[in-house]
Design a binder for this molecule. Structure first.
Ligand SMILES: [Zn+2]
Length: 338
């Protein structure tokens, strides 16, 4: 049989040696939605030794427009994304050891997965999880590649522990734009571009071509035809609690994590964000228009989705009615609020 990696090996910076390195490496992909799917497919075809996927969600019809590992069949069956992804990836390249984890990506699960990996790819849809990844990556000295996209916009940055600024240096607190793929939509070219930039950086890391890393925070808008790159070195903060001289990894502490509680007898789950957020309920109501029937008063906003009613309080607390399942509630929460 012809060598399936021949074209990749002909590419001089990788070569046969680079291919051997790729073969020995372990990649963790956190979240296999749109970004995670696109990255997982490219990395599987590239022949990475082992890929671990973690995702708590199942496949839905509205995923099919951009989440390339899923089919109508997996959506009809409501297959867990991690399992559906593994099956599809195995069909593409049986040499790759795909380890699928159907679970919430939190401090506990990520700590157990992260320690044997060489690179972490961000395929998440929320900043709570990204800040956990950021702290763990610093603690265990693992490079991770941030990626996000919404609408026609995308952003990506490669974070190297002890070298580049970390996500905490760049953002300091969890941003709260209220814009998510479920409120303002998303088109697949935005996803594919971010994923491709992430894969290019991952290939450089896995083949130890560190000098080729981009070194900039990159953003683009494929609809507005904008592309912007910025060096971020100056943002590195010596007293950063995540990557500074005396790190305390604040997002690994219990108090900093998003809290969930099942409200007994009420068929509802309460979610309290890690950091207090002050929501502008009027703006929120505009963003959620089209999602369901909205009612609001000065204190809270209620949005009736198909079978769930979501109540958002001004201080960021959210009640999700119509479920006793924390995973279902979290999925709805991050979809609406990012
Ligand atoms: Zn930092």
């Amino acid at each position: 049989m012809e060598n399936r990696y021949s074209r990749q090996q002909l590419f001089t910076p990788i070569g046969e040696r680079g291919q051997q390195k790729i073969r020995q490496k372990h990649l963790l992909i956190v979240g296999v939605g749109a970004l995670g799917s696109a990255v997982a497919e490219q990395m599987t075809r590239a022949g990475v030794g082992k890929i671990t996927l973690i995702d708590r969600d199942y496949v839905e019809w509205s995923n099919l427009q951009r989440q390339q590992l899923y089919t109508e069949q997996t959506a009809i069956q409501k297959m867990p994304k991690a399992m559906a992804a593994k099956e599809r990836l195995n069909q593409m390249n049986a040499d790759v050891d795909v380890h699928a984890v159907m679970d919430d990506a939190n401090v506990e699960t990520l700590t157990s997965l992260i320690q044997q990996v060489d690179v972490i790819i961000d395929g998440t849809d929320n900043f709570d999880t990204r800040f956990i990844i950021n702290d763990l990556a610093q603690k265990y000295k693992i490079p991770w590649i941030y990626g996000s996209c919404v609408g026609s916009y995308g952003a990506t940055y490669t974070i190297l522990p002890q070298e580049t600024p970390c996500l905490h240096c760049l953002l300091q607190a969890v941003p709260n734009t209220g814009m998510t793929c479920d409120t303002v939509g998303i088109i697949s070219p935005a996803v594919q571009l971010v994923a491709s930039y992430q894969v290019a950086e991952a290939l450089k890391l896995l083949t130890e071509n560190v000098a080729a890393l981009r070194g900039t925070f990159l953003t683009f808008d494929v609809w507005q035809n904008r592309h912007f790159e910025m060096k971020m070195d100056a943002a590195k903060n010596d007293v950063c609690p995540s990557c500074g001289d005396e790190p305390i990894y604040p997002h690994l502490a219990y108090a900093e994590q998003t809290k969930t509680a099942v409200l007994c007898g009420r068929d509802a789950v309460q979610i309290r964000p890690a950091q207090k957020r002050e929501y502008d309920l009027q703006k929120m109501a505009q963003l959620l228009e089209g999602q369901g029937k909205i009612q609001s008063n000065p204190f809270l906003l209620s949005c009736q989705l198909e079978e769930h009613r979501v109540v958002i309080f001004r201080d960021g607390r959210v009640l999700i009615h119509g479920t006793n399942n924390i995973q279902t509630a979290k999925t709805i929460y991050y979809r609406l609020l990012g």
